[in-house]
Design a protein around this ligand. Structure first.
Ligand code: OAD
Length: 257
């Protein structure tokens, strides 16, 4: 990696993007942080600094204490429902003006990329606004519109209207496999890319964390945007330091200059 100044690295990244035919974007929780949605692994205010994922984000945790897990997701849903896209989301949506159908692979369960205007979003870890039958009794996924149900919220999740068993959030928990169609689309986009922009992820959770390596092995140039070091930094060809809400608009401005 070069040790030029950040401004020079932004110019280099913009030059690469200008000549790109097939860029792809991979985002993580960092891109939503400036919208008020906490990340998972930031040491002070990350969710996993305050909560134990084994008690809240596994199928076993849900089976052991469905109310605790449901209520925690309700809390996160309420936080996310008031969040609005930040300048990082908006700059990534603007990039799609230059690269129509730009694949944007995200690990985030919010819809802030879509709210900003991105249209080709691949959600690897599900959608927190949705709910589904824990047993997917009508096929995978059996989505349930909980706004049409009435139930005693003191007792935790509602019952599936089809089978009477639990409803759960439509997110991927530890130990679960990712939605096959989304993972396949993400893998194909990564293999075909000539540039991958990796924005706001620690790169610690596979299979998402493997995608930059897949892209790089297939010849892609890796540009990382993160205020910190991550597991991706060592394979990044250019690392742009800083929050995505600041760095992405600079990159877009350099691309247009
Ligand atoms: P992490 O919380 O692991 O990492 C967030 C990354 O964002 C870190 O590398 C931060 O340095 C960086 N960051 C912080 N603020 C930023 C900002 N303003 N702009 C850009 N980057 C910033 O989040 P993920 O990598 O998304 O999985 O975590 C991956 C998965 O682990 C999540 O999808 C979730 C979690 O357990 C599931 O829920 C299945």
């Amino acid at each position: 990696m070069s040790d030029d100044t950040q401004a020079a690295r932004i110019q280099q990244a913009a030059e690469r993007l200008r000549n790109s035919r097939k860029p792809v974007v991979l985002t993580g929780a960092g891109v939503s942080k400036e919208s008020g949605v906490p990340t998972f692994r930031d040491a002070v205010d990350g969710l996993w600094a305050q909560y134990d994922p084994s008690q809240l984000a596994t199928p076993t945790a849900f089976m052991n204490n469905p109310k605790l897990v449901w209520d925690w997701y309700e809390y996160r849903r309420s936080m996310i429902s008031v969040a609005r896209p930040n300048l990082g989301h908006r700059a990534l949506a603007d990039l799609e003006q230059r690269f129509p159908h730009l694949p944007l692979i995200t690990q985030n369960v919010d819809d802030l990329h879509e709210q900003a205007g991105s249209t080709n979003v691949i959600h690897l870890h599900g959608n927190i606004a949705q709910s589904k039958c824990f047993f997917n009794c009508q096929g995978d996924p059996t989505l349930i519109d909980v706004s049409t149900l009435t139930w005693d919220k003191e007792n935790g999740p509602p019952a599936c209207p089809h089978c009477g068993r639990w409803v759960r959030p439509n997110v991927v928990w530890f130990g679960e496999i990712l939605p096959a169609d989304q993972l396949q689309a993400a893998t194909i986009a990564s293999r075909q890319a000539d540039i991958m922009l990796v924005v706001g992820t620690s790169g610690l959770v596979t299979p998402a964390a493997s995608l930059p390596g897949i892209a790089r092995s297939a010849g892609a140039f890796i540009i990382e945007i993160n205020p910190d070091y991550s597991a991706i930094t060592r394979i990044a060809d250019i690392k742009l330091d800083g929050p995505s809400g600041e760095v992405m608009p600079h990159l877009l401005a350099a691309l247009d200059s």
